[in-house]
Design a binder for this molecule. Sequence first.
Ligand code: SF4
Ligand code: SF4
Length: 312
Amino acid sequence: MDNKELSGGIKRRAAELGFNICGITGARELTEYGERLRAWLDAGMNDRMGYLARDIDKRTDPGKLFGDARSLVVAGLSYYTGLKQKDPEAPRLSRYTYGTDYHDVIPLKLTILLEWIQSVRPGTEGRAFCDSSPITEKPWGREAGLGWQGRHSILINREIGSFFFIGILILNTGLEYDSPCTEDHCGNCRQCIDACPTGAINDNRTIDARKCIANLTIENRGPVPEEFIPKLGGRIYGCDRCQEVCPWNRDLKLPVTPEFEIDGEIAGMSLGDWRNLSPERFSRLFSMTSMRRISYEKFMSNIEAAIKSVQL
Ligand code: SF4
Ligand code: SF4
């Protein structure tokens, strides 16, 4: 099987595994991204995410993560669903938290894809990544032609919008490569910047994590700072506001990825259920979701802050 046939086969197999989009690019060092990242870090915009300042070379050079890196398969899996929480007064979850933790779902699919590649091209080696290593997904998504980084910094694809996870498979074999996405389809739009409750979106397509609700409710392990509580709008884990207002996410007609369907019990939780969530119920309901990343104490503190935010 030559590179062209194998590349076509990889995309077909990725689609069978449920990925909505898939592109392929050659491995190289993303020097231009490294410079942007350093400037962002120097400005302190990573807040307490000190890990982002480590291993910058691995973030920008796949060869530093996987010695024989020659190609990257970059695949997107939609987590889009309509809003599913039934009680309108209940604190709100970000859509990407619905269902099974994507850190488990995507590497498994990529491993199955790798096994298929190895069956048709013996000797191929690879490593799968999804938000679990230094590699930076968004610039590689652009390199593989999946889309462009919108003003809110998130990758947007013309067909499926921006509510998708990105997984990367680094391979030691050559393939046929897609053209990078060099176009910017934001045009004059600034809706995400205008709608952000905390003014966290910079003018250069980066986010100031010190102000971003997604960071303040997840990565920042302390309580949400008092000055941001009135801006939470009832959110307890993550924030979708900048994506919700984006015209590229309007009228999405995508099948819901079954793994990311919300659990019926979580969807039905009332305001009182959230307020009285016990450690045991927290553990039972969320141990398979991406919300297991934060402690029960942080979660309860977020719930309190979210409830307060809609009462102010
Ligand atoms: S996730 Fe929310 S707080 Fe963060 S940049 Fe987007 S709209 Fe602003
Ligand atoms: S809301 Fe407008 S500016 Fe923001 S990412 Fe979408 S298209 Fe771009």
